[in-house]
Design a protein around this ligand. Structure first.
Ligand code: ZN
Ligand code: ZN
Ligand code: ZN
Ligand code: ZN
Length: 301
C-alpha cells in the first residue's frame, strides 16, 4: 500500500521499529484507521506493528526536515521550513491582505506591497454613512449570532437544575456492524435518571475508512434500564453542551443542543460534535478514549 501524505505540515517525524518514517499527521491517521477497522496498526512499509508506544520520534530527521528549503505559497521563494510560517504571515511582500476599510465594505484583497497604494486611493472612507450601512449590518449580524449564543448560555445558567459530568467515551463494536466503530460512555446519573452518551464516526457512510474526511456525531440517551425510586415526569426538556473539560484536550467549539426526552423517545438525534477539522478528529480516534465535560440544563415545568 502506498501512503499519500495529506498533512505534510506537521513537524514531528515518527518511525517504526524498522526505521520507516512518517509525519505526525500520517501517523495519527494510521492509528485512527486501525481503530476504525478494529485492526492492529502496522507500518505501511514493512507491516510491523506500530503504536504510540512502539513508534519513536526521529529527531535527526525532524531537524533535517525543518532546515529543508520550502516554497512560500505567495512569492514562490524558498525558505528554511522552520522560518517559512513567520515569512508567510508577517514578512512576505506578496502575502494576501485586506484593505483596512474592509469593515465599511471595501472588498479589496491583494498583495501586501500594493495595500498602501490601494488605501490611499480607496473610495470607501469617502462614502456616505448611508452607503456603508450594508457593510455594517453584515458585521452586526455576525455579532448578533455570537451574542445569541452567550445570551442563551446566561439564560441557561439561571435554570434551577444544572449539572455537569466529566465523562470518558470508549470505543466499542457490535456484531451487526462489523466495520463500524462506536463510542460510548459508561452510565452516569443526572436529574434522578441514568444517562449515556454515544457517538459515531462518519455517521452517513457505511465504511468511514474509505473516506479521508472524518467527523464525529453524538447523542445523549436517557437510560431506562434502571428502576428508580423517584418517578420521572415527562417530558424532560434538556439543553446540553460538550466542552473540553479538565481531563480532555478536544478542540471543540461551543454549541448548545436541545431535546425533549419522553418515555417513548429516550434518544436525542445524532448531532455534530463541532470539531475544527479531520486532523483533530483523527487525533481523538487515535487516542484510547475521548475525555470531555457534558453540561446539562433541565427546564423546570
Ligand atoms: Zn505525512
Ligand atoms: Zn516499517
Ligand atoms: Zn513569500
Ligand atoms: Zn479599500
Amino acid at each position: 500500500m502506498r501512503v499519500i501524505c495529506h498533512y505534510f505540515s506537521f513537524d514531528d517525524v515518527f518511525q517504526c521499529s524498522n526505521g520507516h518514517l512518517m509525519c505526525a499527521g500520517c501517523f495519527t491517521h494510521l492509528l485512527a484507521d486501525a481503530r476504525l477497522r478494529d485492526e492492529v496498526s502496522t507500518c505501511p512499509n514493512c507491516r510491523i506493528e506500530i503504536s504510540k508506544t512502539s513508534a519513536s520520534r526521529n529527531l535527526a530527521v525532524e531537524k533535517a526536515v525543518s532546515e529543508l528549503p520550502s516554497e512560500c505559497q505567495y512569492c514562490g521563494k524558498e525558505f528554511p521550513r522552520n522560518s517559512l510560517e513567520r515569512h508567510e504571515e508577517l514578512l512576505c511582500e506578496e502575502r494576501i491582505t485586506n484593505c483596512k476599510f474592509s469593515r465599511i465594505g471595501c472588498p479589496w484583497r491583494g498583495p501586501f506591497h500594493e495595500e498602501t497604494e490601494h488605501e490611499v486611493a480607496c473610495v470607501h472612507p469617502n462614502r456616505s454613512g448611508a452607503e456603508v450601512m450594508d457593510a455594517l449590518q453584515e458585521i452586526d449580524l455576525k455579532c448578533e449570532e455570537e451574542k445569541r449564543l452567550y445570551d442563551c448560555v446566561f439564560d441557561l445558567l439561571s435554570y434551577e437544575k444544572i449539572t455537569f459530568n466529566d465523562l470518558q467515551m470508549k470505543p466499542y463494536r457490535t456484531d451487526e456492524f462489523v466495520h463500524k466503530l462506536f463510542y460510548e460512555t459508561s452510565r452516569f446519573s443526572a436529574f434522578n435518571n441514568q444517562w449515556v452518551v454515544k457517538s459515531r464516526i462518519n455517521n452517513s457512510q457505511r465504511d468511514p475508512t474509505q473516506s479521508f474526511n472524518r467527523n464525529i456525531t453524538y447523542q445523549v440517551k436517557l437510560d431506562h434500564e434502571l428502576i428508580l425510586k423517584t418517578k420521572t415526569t415527562y417530558p424532560l426538556a434538556l439543553h446540553y453542551l460538550i466542552l473540553r473539560g479538565p481531563f480532555g484536550d478536544m478542540k471543540v467549539s461551543s454549541k448548545i443542543y436541545k431535546f425533549d426526552f419522553t418515555d417513548q423517545d429516550n434518544e436525542s438525534p445524532y448531532v455534530q460534535l463541532p470539531l475544527p477539522d479531520t486532523a483533530e478528529c483523527n487525533r481523538l480516534l487515535a487516542a484510547k478514549a475521548i475525555n470531555f465535560r457534558l453540561i446539562m440544563f433541565l427546564a423546570s415545568k
